[in-house]
Design a protein around this ligand. Structure first.
Ligand code: DLL
Length: 432
């Protein structure tokens, strides 16, 4: 099923026209109403009249996370405060949070995006969707909630946490859809297994996002929960979950390009990269009026695929997010993304997807330690067997990532489980 075939399947020519029309309007709106955008455009020698079609987008200056912090809380809003009907905020690791403000139209477009995703997963009236993303300033809970309401499904707004109650309600109400982070889904799956409830649930699909996850994690969640596991992508600055989502083909995340225009740039130079090349994702919101974003640098690293998808949607597909450029660890000069470790662990049947990386610097050399767990059924106190498994994992990590970790096999269940976005890394070098 397709929620909005008129938009999701429009020809690329029509889409181009719509994007151009919308870009012209939103650039004019930001120029007239947001001093920062006006000053930046003036400094670049541009006026709104220079922006005539979507091709002109690369003339416009970028917007960054730092700008959102510098103009905290609402100086990038482009409408009077009386037009704002909702706020969300995303807390970074340092300093002030980023505040997003939405008009009624923006909230409606946001739920349109999420409704498109949920429909693509096969959901609709008659489904009961458990929303285990956190409700509150985080966009996950309310974003998924509004999308599920829009398609006429019943929502079970459990929010994150209180796992045993989540599982009881999931079972008793026969929930068919689950929205949460992939790491929380993995934890729920483990608990279901432990309680012997796996056959008592009726889940059909999961909408997983808010953090990077891998194909191997998809396989794991699908087999453990007996579902189809789909990606949902989004970020507070652009709206929230539902900037894009996968379809039944599970071959890339469709981005709703009529509302959010994506580009891939070289993170070092800012130059646009050709189709298919991995780089930093940049968005321009084409139909968002409260806090429009022009060429916002997400720091997410991915690539785009414009070939036609078998599902019939014409909208571009994004590859998996490898991670944020600021999540990338440089250990002994080698680039390491935590999601690479997840993927390798799940390739080896004896290991679980849970892990925790600790980086430190001892005598001027980086240390790279990873705590991992064996699956319950493979856990053993036989030292020789543990060493064999450890060596196998070390060998895989060396061949894929290129550096040798110290692996610590810890007891099943001892790595802290996350209810929201998982924390997989501690980098102690930062404090030295
Ligand atoms: O995480 C919005 C969201 C909620 C998306 C629920 C999906 C589901 P923020 O807290 O602002 O918003 O974090 C946004 O999370 O820039 C990515 O780095 C990461 N992220 C979001 N979705 C995915 C995904 C929400 N599907 C940041 N895959 C983004 C990988 C994701 N990373």
């Amino acid at each position: 099923m397709i929620w909005n075939p008129e938009k999701e399947c429009m020809s690329r020519e029509q889409l181009h026209e719509l994007q151009s029309e919308r870009l012209v309007k939103i650039v004019r709106h930001t120029y007239d109403n947001v001093p920062m955008y006006r000053e930046r455009m003036n400094a670049a020698g541009l006026t709104p009249d220079d922006i005539k079609s979507i091709e002109d987008i690369s003339k416009l200056p970028f917007t960054t996370k730092k700008d959102l912090r510098d103009y905290y809380p609402d100086s990038l809003f482009a409408v009077p405060r009386s037009e704002i009907v909702r706020f969300h905020a995303s807390s970074g690791t340092t300093g002030k949070p980023i505040v997003a403000g939405y008009t009624a139209h923006d909230v409606e477009n946001w739920s349109e995006g999420t409704a498109r995703c949920l429909t693509a997963y096969g959901a609709g009236r008659g489904d009961t969707i458990q929303v285990s993303y956190g409700y509150g300033l985080f966009t996950g809970g309310l974003g998924a909630h509004d999308g599920a309401t829009r398609i006429g499904a019943a929502v079970l707004p459990t929010s994150a946490g209180n796992t045993s109650k989540q599982l009881m309600l999931m079972q008793d109400l026969g929930c068919t859809g689950l929205c949460c982070t992939p790491s929380y889904a993995l934890f729920l799956a483990e608990e279901l297994e432990k309680e012997g409830l796996r056959d008592k649930i009726q889940l059909k699909f999961g909408a997983f996002g808010a953090e990077p996850w891998t194909e191997n994690m998809r396989k794991e969640l699908e087999s453990k929960l007996g579902i189809k596991a789909y990606d949902i992508y989004g970020l507070t600055e652009i709206s929230g979950p539902g900037v894009g989502g996968e379809c039944q083909c599970q071959d890339g995340t469709h981005l709703w390009e009529d509302m959010f225009y994506p580009e891939i740039i070289d993170p070092a130079t800012g130059e646009p990269l050709p189709e298919g090349k991995e780089g930093e994702l940049v968005f321009t919101t084409l139909d968002k009026w409260g806090m429009p974003m022009i060429r916002y640098r997400t720091r997410d690293l991915t690539h785009l695929n414009y070939s036609q998808c078998a599902c019939g949607r014409t909208m571009v597909r994004m590859g998996r997010i490898l991670g944020r450029s600021d999540d990338m660890l440089i250990v002994r000069g080698v680039n390491v993304f935590p999601s690479q470790v997840e993927s390798i662990l799940l390739e080896i049947p004896e290991f679980q997807g849970q892990y925790f990386i600790t980086i430190d610097r001892v005598n001027n050399v980086d240390t790279f330690d990873i705590d991992v767990e064996l699956r319950e059924e493979f856990y053993t106190d036989e030292i020789a067997q543990l060493h064999r498994l450890r060596d196998r994992l070390v060998g895989r990590i060396v061949s894929v990532i290129g550096i040798k970790p110290n692996i610590h096999i810890v007891e099943p269940g001892s790595i802290t489980r996350s209810m929201g976005k998982a924390k997989h890394v501690e980098d102690k070098r930062k404090f030295k």
